[in-house]
Design a protein around this ligand. Structure first.
Ligand code: G3H
Ligand code: 13P
Ligand code: NA
Ligand code: ZN
Length: 328
């Protein structure tokens, strides 16, 4: 059944688990997430970005989710809008049937320029008022993540949308977070704790301090009833990176957020963990390999099936690691 983000994350908080939120743009991604949920008995968050709506078309995206709910009636599904850039966009998503929206007021309506705190409070408060009247949950964002422009080429750590920032400037301030939630009434809050979007997060292998765990603890202590969200949470699996490059790809050396650090984050209050890039890498790697090894195949179902399978394995791994498995 379709449920709201608040319903799912309240349960996650009571039972100390996290939920991966996977971006979906097409049937194969929805299949992968739902097959993994079915295999592990997990509730799911499937999120659609503006890019997903543009790619698939709003009606197709909506009906892919409705099909998922019809085929897997025992799996709770949150249909979440990722990175809405205005209250009007969130309103349209509510009309379309999303059960949760993200009002990302950390950026102006162009989705690029960092906004003022006052602007963020105002657009988010408006969105909460409208969404809650419809039973829809709201995720806000406070802090400075890497570039959201393309979702492809992320930025180096230390480089945000407005240029080079210090590590401290990149982190969400706990005082401000408390004030923001008080003024807006958001159900969930995306915080900046060292991650950025896309495949190119870090240039060096992780050394155990990728995430600002202390900062998560401080924010959670002030906001025990607000569910914390981590964007840019792909782990950038080195095995998939290698497969992409072994079969004709050209991706540079790069590292993501280690799963064991995400587990630490969940221990201290993170409930929603956004993952897009990892599914892209698994999909591309598996398709490149399949086509290289099966040069006579021209039936797209064959390479799309290996892609679905590769993405499903990532989904299951994250559901197991985050404690989502068994919670449906
Ligand atoms: O936050 C960005 C997500 O990875 C979605 O990316 O805008 O290319 O669909 P997209
Ligand atoms: P990744 O690019 O790390 O997968 O993050 C996705 C995301 O945060 C979507 O909102
Ligand atoms: Na989101
Ligand atoms: Zn994001």
């Amino acid at each position: 059944a379709l449920i709201s983000l608040r319903q799912l994350l309240d349960h996650a908080a009571e039972n100390n688990y996290g939920v991966p939120a996977f971006n979906a743009n097409n049937m194969e991604q929805v299949h992968a997430v739902m097959q993994a949920a079915d295999a592990t008995n997990s509730p799911v968050i499937i999120q659609g970005s503006a890019g997903a709506r543009k790619y698939a078309g709003s009606a197709f995206l909506k009906h892919l989710i409705l099909a998922a709910v019809e085929q897997y009636p025992h799996i709770p599904v949150v249909f979440h809008q990722d990175h809405g850039t205005s209250p009007a966009i969130c309103q349209r998503s509510i009309q379309l049937g999303f059960t949760s929206v993200m009002m990302d007021g950390s950026l102006e309506a162009d989705g690029k320029t960092p906004s003022s705190y006052e602007y963020n409070v105002e657009v988010t408060r408006k969105t909460v008022e409208m969404s809650h009247a419809c039973g829809v949950s709201v995720e806000g964002e406070l802090g400075c993540l890497g570039s959201l422009e393309t979702g492809e080429a992320g930025e180096e750590d230390g480089v945000g949308a407005s240029g080079v920032l210090t590590h401290e400037q990149m982190l969400t301030d706990p005082e401000e977070a408390a004030d923001f939630v008080k003024k807006t009434g958001v159900d969930a809050l995306a915080i900046a704790i060292g991650t950025s979007h896309g495949a190119y997060k870090f240039t060096k292998p992780p050394t155990g301090d990728t995430l600002a765990i202390q900062r998560i603890k401080e924010i959670h202590a002030r906001l025990p009833n607000t569910h914390l969200v981590m964007h840019g949470s792909s782990s950038v699996p080195q095995d998939w990176l290698k497969i992409v490059n072994d079969f004709g790809g050209d991706l540079g050396e790069t590292y993501g957020v280690p799963v064991n650090e995400i587990q630490q984050g969940i221990k201290y209050g993170v409930r929603k963990v956004n993952i897009d890039t990892d599914l892209r890498l698994a999909s591309t790697g598996s398709i490149r390999r399949h086509l290289a090894e099966n040069p006579k195949n021209f039936d797209p179902r064959k390479f799309l099936a290996v892609s679905t399978d590769a993405m499903q394995r990532i989904c299951e791994d994250r559901m197991d690691a985050f404690g989502t498995s068994g919670q449906a």
